[in-house]
Design a protein around this ligand. Structure first.
Ligand SMILES: *Cc1c(COP(=O)(O)O)cnc(C)c1O
Length: 404
């Protein structure tokens, strides 16, 4: 089975480029040039040099002894949380800014919901001295103040979007308008493995460094480059597809993507796209998405801002359909509990997104010798207020039990 994109930009029935005609020249330029640039020796050497000296790669593969004992198996953590800016998103933005430069672009635009992708984009723009404009819904700006401040300090223009619900979807429309008006000098950096072809494939290839490193790190530490499982959380799906990429054709390795169930998949307050969605078109590609009977995109919900997305990258829809990847889902409470478990057993505070992948471990029965790699996509600094709130409610519940 071929799991990679075909030359029309499809993964089976999913993918493609469903874009307004006026955006066609911009996307076509990228389609025609991305593989040539990605494979050019000068791109490869600059990308790898920046990943090493700027991002801090390779990220460690850490054997977690106490967590392993807890789950009665061997757990290795792929530490994307230790990257510069605290998550895997920088792998993609470093790659895309090098592509933008090679296409002669002087200006970068991006859309961000939670602000994480905005920060990763503003960071590489500062690094390269390119102008950066980040579109963000006004509602999201209010919710994500620390990231907005970081983007501003990095020199980005954060443009508040006041149409619609003032969230991601509205900011996306605004950024598309910008790109159409500025086709020759502007590159649009998409932050996950979503969007019209070639973005899903481009982002996948840039994030595939995660599984490339895993292979030799596992060989070094376990004597085998193949684990039994690889587990990663899925919002749009970029850290997951990067973690799976070099194992897709190796059926000995079980691949697991974990979506956010929010308050539960049947509550209506969820972001578990694959269990609640149907095929349709979102952000320029055909994929599975959450929608009502009339095909209107429904508002997703998760405690974790990075997983709060109504679609999923087209490759994941295909990997789900073919059964190559198993997709599970985890509620807010299960993720919070898993974040505390990792913190108390290993001294690592994960991002709420990553905590979803970790929580899946608790819902699975492993064999004692299984080697399980979990990608810790980011660090938890940004989620401290959610964690402290959870800790306080948990403590007060414990106290009231204790006093009875
Ligand atoms: C953005 C984000 C995610 C979700 O994005 P993917 O494209 O699905 O990887 C996961 N973890 C962290 C820490 C993030 O910032």
């Amino acid at each position: 089975m071929k799991y990679s994109v075909d030359d029309r930009g499809y993964y089976g029935e999913f993918g493609g480029a469903f874009i307004p005609e006026m955006m066609y020249p911009n996307v076509k330029e990228l389609q025609d040039n991305y593989l040539r640039i990605l494979n050019s020796p000068d791109f490869i050497s600059e990308f790898h040099s920046l990943l090493k000296h700027y991002v801090g790669r390779p990220s460690p593969l850490y054997f977690a002894p106490r967590l392993s004992e807890f789950h009665n198996t061997k757990i290795y953590l792929k530490r994307e949380d230790l990257n510069h800016t605290g998550a895997h998103k920088i792998n993609n933005t470093v790659g895309q800014i090098l592509i933008a430069q090679r296409l002669g672009k002087k200006r970068i635009i991006a859309v961000t919901g939670a602000g994480q992708h905005g920060v990763a984009t503003a960071t590489v723009c500062a690094l390269m001295g390119l102008k950066c404009v980040v579109y963000m819904g006004e509602t999201d700006i209010a919710r994500q103040e620390p990231n907005v401040l970081r983007m501003k300090m990095l020199g980005a223009d954060v443009v508040p979007v006041v149409s619609g619900n003032r969230t991601l979807k509205d900011a996306t429309n605004e950024s598309i308008r910008d790109w159409i008006s500025n086709p020759s000098d502007t590159h649009y950096i998409i932050g996950s493995a979503v969007g019209p072809h070639p973005y899903p494939d481009l982002v996948t290839r840039l994030q595939s460094v995660i599984s490339e490193e895993m292979r030799y790190q596992l060989l070094e530490q376990t004597g085998k480059s193949d684990p039994d499982y690889i587990v990663a959380c899925v919002g749009g799906g970029s850290n997951a597809i990067g973690s799976f990429y070099h194992y897709l054709n190796n059926e000995n390795v079980k691949l697991v993507g974990v979506e956010a169930a929010g308050k539960g998949i049947s509550t209506g307050e969820t972001a578990a796209t694959l269990v609640t969605g149907r095929p349709g078109i979102i952000h320029g590609s055909r994929t599975i998405l959450m929608q009502d009977e009339d095909g209107q995109i429904t508002e997703p919900y998760s405690i974790s801002a990075g997983l709060d997305y109504p679609g999923i990258g087209p490759a994941h829809s295909f990997l789900h359909k073919t059964g190559r990847v198993i997709y599970g889902n985890v509620t807010d409470d299960e993720a919070l509990e898993a974040a505390f478990l990792l913190t108390r057993l290993e001294g690592i505070v994960p991002a709420l997104e990553s905590a979803h992948a970790l929580a899946w471990l608790g819902k699975t029965r492993f064999r004692t010798g299984d080697v399980v790699v979990v990608t810790v996509s980011g660090r938890g600094d940004k989620d401290m207020s959610a964690y402290i709130k959870y800790m306080n409610t948990r403590d007060s519940e414990e106290n009231s039990y204790g006093s009875k």
